[in-house]
Design a protein around this ligand. Structure first.
Ligand code: ADP
Ligand code: MG
Length: 688
């Protein structure tokens, strides 16, 4: 294995390389553009293009691509040869936009979209191609991608946070939202993956009985890595490091065959690009190792699903993290004001946070006693809660919460009790100097939840700034504002166990939202307060917002329909024929046994045969029901109640089918069951 320092960032045209390779005045103009957003003249872009072309060719690149993130959830690219590469082709591309989802924003007569170079995320080389990160929009400037609103939200939160800090006398040239997304995933053998249509078409198993052993012994979490997994992770790390991605933490997760990777946090736009690349590399490297990487939120029923925890914070360019409590948090006005701004934002925009993680696949995971429930609440921990209670009560001191936890082991240094949330049941937890949003699905782009958090925070900070700027004594005014926000919004704070039924009841009493499915929460996106949020902060126009709502709802319906069609196909073509084969063999063997030994000797066989026949009868009936629902294919419009009904009917019909299929699986001999079982997929010996 190579040394990290030898390979880290070798494929990235970052600021260091630019500084080294560009003429000094060109680099200065680029830097200025990055700092103040001033326009980048074409002649400067031309020089950068020539330089990056030279650099890329030396590293073996022959092509370039504008790399973008359309609303499909995956990245898109169109390769051109580097032959005529110049400033113009660096700055702007014109891919045909007509085949990407636009939510009706792009009439066919102007089907061309364009991609614009995102100068804040460095270019890089992958295989033989120079990748240029870009934003994707329609000709009239409407955002058609996931990056544009993220960039706009960074600007919004920077602008408003600086106003607040300025009012408090804190100087900062820039406030930067930063994230560290932890990524969970499953690894299974490729040959078994290919033998299951549900995994191939939908990314999850639609049927499958529970194996005798699963995760109950907690013997996988942080367990020793199998050599094959270790080799995979090492290879993956190397690929990611080359791309400048600081992959650092890797370990086994709770479920069998489940793992996690976390990078070191960075500016959220770059972290979001990196997360897309990480997911892509996870799949590619797995393929090389004869494995499949599953990024679906719930590949296996009854077994923990995968999420993405987004660790989020705001820091100034001078190195101040506004969420750092410091030695005396009760007298740290910046900390108090920014933390209470988060509390207010999370309470006021619970619905938007839920929407930001909504998808057909993530709905399976939320509330499943393994991930946070669909109810949004915040964990602050005893220390911060005590500080805010003291603030609210107008006290200037907090009771000493300096509890040292003794390990009882001499060789271990005693450490201060970690009062951050170690039970991990909270959807939105304060973890020492940042917040961790834990509802995000493993498959989802981090862009949407991140721009949601940035935008709602920007909006609250803007409200605060308006008040502070008018006040005589900003310091006193900030304390009062913080206390008031805490009082008004502390219903969103819950420090207990979020997995219990008691919490669901309590949350209802507190009036918190509990949207169980995507179909339930999606209409809230265009509620008046949410339209106001996005338009006033300049993150999405009303048109863009409605379009996004349509796109996501349509995607949700289509995903459900694909699952339905896949399930029907598997039952009709694989399961029922195999069950038929086995029952025929069983009937034949009963006949033979009875002809030799006489009647009454096959009671067990006959009982099994009858039960299998009954179950398969039911299974075929339920499959016909699902077929009838899937055939209706309504408009997929959020405003159409038929579409919403269609979704819940499909989900219910698929659950019905699964019940019978899973019972049958348990009654059939292994050789007759036509697809790999959960045991095969999760406990395969091949990778020991
Ligand atoms: P845990 O599993 O205990 O939550 P990990 O080390 O797996 O911890 O992941 C924590 C993530 O949070 C990492 O990506 C880390 O870089 C990131 N992180 C640490 N500090 C900050 C911060 N101030 N802002 C944003 N992310 C942070
Ligand atoms: Mg974490």
């Amino acid at each position: 294995m190579s040394r990290i320092t030898d390979i880290f960032g070798t494929m990235v045209f970052d600021e260091e390389v630019m500084k080294d390779k560009l003429p000094r005045e060109v680099f200065a103009k680029f830097e200025k553009h990055l700092n103040d957003g001033s326009e980048l003249p074409l002649e400067v872009a031309d020089v950068i293009a020539t330089t990056v072309k030279d650099w890329a060719e030396q590293k073996g690149a022959t092509h370039f691509t504008h790399w973008f993130q359309p609303m499909t959830g995956v990245t898109a690219e169109k390769h051109d040869s580097l032959m005529n590469f110049a400033g113009k082709s660096l700055i702007k591309g014109e891919p045909d936009a007509s085949s990407f989802p636009s939510g009706g924003m792009r009439a066919t007569f102007e089907a061309r979209g364009y991609t614009a170079w995102d100068t804040s995320s460095p270019m890089f080389i992958k295989e033989d191609t120079l990748y240029i990160p870009t934003a994707f929009m329609s000709y009239s400037g409407d955002a058609l991608d996931k990056k544009t609103p993220l960039l706009r939200s960074c600007e919004a939160v920077d602008r408003e946070a600086r106003r607040v800090l300025a009012a408090l006398g804190v100087r900062a040239g820039k406030v930067i939202p930063q994230i560290g997304p932890e990524q969970e995933y499953f690894i299974i053998p490729k040959s078994l993956y290919s033998a299951r249509k549900d995994l191939v078409y939908t990314g999850r198993t639609l049927i499958g009985a529970a194996p005798p052993k699963s995760q109950e012994l907690d013997d996988h979490y942080f367990g020793q890595l199998k050599p094959s997994i270790k080799a995979y992770m090492a290879d993956l790390d190397e690929e990611l490091w080359k791309l400048g991605i600081k992959a650092t933490t890797e370990h086994n997760e709770v479920a069998p065959s489940q793992h996690e990777l976390a990078p070191i946090y960075s500016e959220c736009n770059i972290a979001s690009d990196h997360n897309q690349l990480t997911m892509e590399m996870m799949k590619k490297v797995a393929d090389r190792h004869g494995m499949r990487c599953l990024l679906h939120e719930k590949p296996f029923e009854g077994i923990n699903g995968s999420g993405k925890h987004i660790n989020w914070s705001l820091s100034t360019d001078t190195g101040l993290n506004v969420f750092k409590p410091g030695a005396d948090p009760l007298n740290n006005t910046v900390f108090l004001l920014f933390v209470t701004a988060v509390i207010k934002a999370v309470d006021e925009y619970q619905d938007m946070l839920r929407i930001s993680v909504a998808s057909a696949s993530n709905d399976h995971r939320l509330g499943g006693n393994e991930a946070p429930p669909a109810i949004i609440s915040m964990f602050l921990g005893d220390d911060v809660t005590a500080v805010l209670d003291a603030l609210e009560a107008g006290r200037t001191e907090v009771a000493a919460s300096d509890r040292a936890m003794t390990t009882g082991v001499q060789v271990l240094t005693d450490f201060k009790k970690d009062t951050t949330d170690r039970n991990r049941t909270s959807p939105f937890a304060f973890t020492g100097n940042r917040f961790e949003f834990r509802m995000v699905g493993s498959l989802t782009s981090v862009s949407c939840p991140t721009y949601m958090i940035n935008t709602m925070m920007a909006s609250v900070l803007s409200e605060f700034a308006d008040i502070l700027e008018k006040s005589g004594d900003a310091e006193q005014c900030a304390r009062e504002l913080a206390a008031k926000s805490y009082t008004e919004h502390k219903r969103i704070v819950f420090n207990g166990n979020n997995y219990t039924d008691a919490w669901v009841e309590e949350a209802e009493k507190r009036g918190l939202c509990n949207y169980k499915t995507t179909a339930e929460c999606m209409p809230e996106w265009t509620a008046e307060k949410n339209v106001k949020l996005f338009t006033s902060m300049g993150v999405l126009t009303e048109k863009e917002l409605y379009a996004r709502q349509e796109i996501l709802f349509e995607e949700y319906c289509k995903e459900l329909n694909i699952e339905a069609l896949t399930l029907i196909d598997m039952i009709a073509k694989d399961i029922l024929p195999s069950v038929g084969e086995y029952s025929a063999a069983l009937a034949e063997s009963i006949e033979v046994k009875e002809s030799v030994l006489g009647k009454d000797v096959c009671t067990f066989d006959i009982r099994s045969l009858k039960e299998i026949m009954e179950l398969s009868e039911k299974l075929s009936e339920k499959t016909a029901d699902l077929r009838a629902i899937a055939a209706t294919e309504p408009s997929y419009k959020i405003s159409d109640p038929v579409s919403t009904m269609f979704c819940s009917d499909i989900i219910a019909a698929m659950d019905d089918i699964r019940q019978y299929a899973d019972k049958l699986e348990l009654m059939m001999p292994r050789d007759y069951w036509p697809i790999p079982t959960y045991g095969d997929l999760l406990f395969t010996q091949k990778y020991e």
